[in-house]
Design a protein around this ligand. Structure first.
Ligand code: HEC
Ligand code: HEC
Ligand code: HEC
Ligand code: HEC
Ligand code: HEC
Ligand code: HEC
Ligand code: HEC
Ligand code: HEC
Length: 430
């Protein structure tokens, strides 16, 4: 009727349009991207029903890059080669979704991962060769000689299958062979439906396995300057940045992934977490790895995206000094154990005598901790959880060794050659 009414009508109409636009914008991309018929069938039907059944899965998926670029539920759940099919509500899906289902679209990541110790060596460390095909063993040995073709772990055998399933395997299954011929799990770092780079770059993701007294990487990181800065500045970091263009503006504080995997400012990104390592820090006595020089250069290239070279060279020199001193201490303890074995004073079974646990803790807990602390900036771990314990455990080990000798000398005096430790020769290093 009047200008006033027309004006109100226009305002309301504009508000409705803007409102609709805002509402539409806040909808997940999966709904707004107007997917084609295939996408609707392969994701829409699954999602519609699974929203009722397992709503969180659908929501995680909707937040993922996969949903944004049109990768469907069925793209992952359809049977890949050699997988067992299952009829499921009008679809054919695979009983298991493994690295084989990712490999089709992410061949480069799979191949790099397969070269790393996260693949076959991680599983062989617990279970030996039993679950691998001869081809897989040969391939794994080609990448890491001696790391796949080995006996099942002695401690794992001793602890039994219940402890292996809920313990060792939860972490080491990152490299377990799958029934379809592929190896390992991509979802250990990316999770299943979020399939996220951001999650993989978050230290606590790596830390779910890289923790505890025998490999305290996440604890060391948390107390290092890097970890402290990460906690303080996390909200300013772009953890979801595209790996191909990742820069020090996205990540000006390093996480585990930055040093071990990322391609910062044009460096080569890799799923082979072995590539930048120059020592076997987890070993009893740490030697240089094959190709150590090149590996160390690659790690230093990462450091020098944020630091100056002289500072980094000095840091490595100091860490290498800790490594050498730790090697010395472990060798001294090793010699004590060897002489007990040579003299037939220990049984061949592992972990049936307390001194064996003291020696194991000495290198496996405190030796490793001191080396890992030195290379990743954890002063408390080099010192109180590392070297102090090394000194303490060495004293205890010597004391125990003397006691064992005294006990045997006493027994021997009464019954020379009685063979208290009959057959107690040196074990073949279980
Ligand atoms: C009409 C409902 C419905 C549809 C459509 C549907 N599902 Fe399911 N799905 C279920 C229910 C219910 C379960 C729980 C287990 C069961 O009863 O089979 C399930 C279980 C699953 C499981 C676990 C299977 C297992 O053995 O543990 C997977 C994986 C799965 N669905 C994937 C999919 C995918 C992918 C699609 C689309 C291609 C899909 N579903 C379509 C209802 C549905
Ligand atoms: C990026 C690949 C990928 C996509 C896309 C995907 N899934 Fe999955 N899904 C997996 C993996 C991996 C598992 C774990 C399978 C296993 O353990 O064998 C899984 C497991 C499941 C399960 C069983 C979960 C449980 O904990 O019991 C259901 C149900 C399921 N998916 C439904 C869906 C639905 C519905 C969609 C689409 C909305 C979807 N998935 C999209 C990879 C994917
Ligand atoms: C049908 C092909 C296809 C399958 C199957 C598939 N992906 Fe993807 N994936 C893609 C595409 C396409 C992208 C987007 C790539 C890009 O933006 O460069 C992507 C992106 C990703 C990203 C990066 C996400 C981010 O946050 O930037 C990860 C991680 C990933 N996929 C992991 C997986 C995993 C793990 C599996 C198996 C469980 C899998 N994908 C299965 C096609 C696939
Ligand atoms: C599911 C458990 C698990 C997760 C998650 C995990 N790792 Fe590992 N990682 C292992 C195991 C087990 C090994 C030991 C493999 C072996 O040598 O037997 C290992 C070994 C390594 C090594 C040493 C490789 C070598 O050559 O000695 C590096 C470096 C590493 N991981 C980095 C990472 C980073 C970075 C992340 C996160 C982005 C991560 N890991 C996530 C279980 C895990
Ligand atoms: C909390 C996760 C976790 C559990 C549980 C675990 N490990 Fe590990 N293990 C790791 C990680 C991470 C490494 C890599 C350490 C490093 O490189 O510094 C590793 C390294 C090893 C290594 C040395 C690397 C190699 O390939 O020789 C052996 C052997 C090993 N683990 C065996 C076992 C056995 C056997 C069990 C169970 C009795 C077990 N682990 C339980 C995470 C775990
Ligand atoms: C040890 C943890 C870990 C495992 C296991 C792992 N990834 Fe990743 N992945 C990462 C990290 C971390 C990044 C991001 C690297 C970076 O910072 O740029 C990444 C990045 C990716 C991307 C994005 C690459 C790009 O250029 O956009 C894809 C795709 C991917 N991973 C797929 C896989 C597949 C497939 C597997 C299994 C074969 C796998 N990942 C196993 C940690 C892991
Ligand atoms: C600032 C860079 C940096 C960060 C951040 C970092 N690391 Fe490291 N890491 C190193 C260096 C350097 C080494 C020793 C390299 C060598 O052997 O030359 C190392 C060694 C390791 C090893 C030892 C492998 C062996 O030989 O036993 C593992 C496993 C590992 N890091 C995992 C992690 C995890 C998990 C995190 C996060 C919780 C992490 N790192 C954070 C730089 C880093
Ligand atoms: C993405 C950037 C980045 C990378 C990569 C990086 N750092 Fe750092 N680093 C930092 C930041 C930021 C600090 C905190 C500096 C400050 O106090 O302002 C820091 C601090 C340090 C410190 C402590 C300095 C002090 O006096 O408190 C050491 C040591 C160090 N880094 C060594 C390394 C080594 C070794 C590497 C490679 C293995 C490395 N960093 C890789 C960003 C990085």
């Amino acid at each position: 009727m009047t200008f006033r009414n027309v004006f109100i009508a226009v305002v309301i109409a504009a508000a409705l349009i803007i409102g609709a636009f805002v509402v539409n914008q806040s909808r997940p991309a999966v709904q707004t991207a107007q997917p084609g018929a295939q996408f609707v069938k392969a994701t829409g039907k699954c999602a519609e029903c699974h929203l009722q059944e397992t709503g969180a899965i659908v929501h995680e998926y909707e937040l993922s890059k996969h949903a944004a670029v049109g990768v469907t539920c069925l793209d992952c759940h359809a049977p890949a080669q050699e997988q067992t099919s299952e009829d499921h509500r009008g679809f054919v899906i695979s009983k298991a979704v493994t690295a084989a289902n990712c490999r089709g679209c992410h061949a480069t990541e799979y191949e790099q991962y397969a070269r790393s110790r996260h693949a076959a060596p991680a599983w062989a460390a617990v279970a030996g060769t039993a679950d691998f095909t001869p081809e897989q063993i040969a391939q794994g040995e080609g990448f890491h000689a001696g790391a796949v073709n080995r006996e099942p772990n002695g401690l794992a055998r001793l602890e039994g299958s219940a402890a292996i399933t809920s313990g060792c395997a939860s972490c080491h299954s990152v490299g377990k062979p799958n029934a379809d011929g592929s190896i390992g799990s991509c979802t250990a770092c990316h999770s299943r439906h979020a399939a996220s780079v951001e999650i993989a770059r978050t230290p606590s993701t790596c830390g779910s396995c890289h923790m505890g007294p025998d490999h305290s990487q996440v604890e060391i990181y948390t107390e290092s300057k890097h970890g402290v800065m990460f906690a303080a500045q996390r909200s300013k970091l772009n953890l979801g940045a595209d790996p191909k263009t990742l820069s020090t503006r996205d990540m000006f504080v390093p996480t585990c992934a930055t040093c071990h995997m990322s391609g910062l400012d044009g460096q080569r990104v890799t799923h082979d977490t072995t590539e930048r390592l120059s020592y076997w820090l987890f070993a009893e006595v740490s030697d240089r790895r094959p190709g150590a020089g090149m590996a160390q250069e690659q790690m230093k290239e990462t450091c020098t995206k944020c630091h100056t070279r002289p500072d980094i060279d000095r840091f490595y020199t100091e860490a290498e000094a800790v490594l050498e001193k730790t090697n010395e201490r472990v060798k001294e303890a090793q010699a004590i154990m060897k002489s007990l074995r040579d003299d037939g004073l220990l049984t061949p079974e592992p972990f049936d005598e307390p001194i064996e646990s003291v020696y194991f803790d000495l290198w496996h807990y405190y030796g490793r901790t001191s080396k890992h602390g030195a290379f990743m900036g954890g002063a408390d771990f080099v010192q109180w959880h590392g070297n102090y314990e090394l000194v303490k455990q060495t004293a205890e080990l010597k004391d125990m060794a003397a006691e064992i000798r005294a006990r045997h000398a006493g027994a021997g005096a009464g019954s020379v050659g009685s063979g208290l430790d009959a057959g107690g020769g040196a074990p073949a290093g279980g």
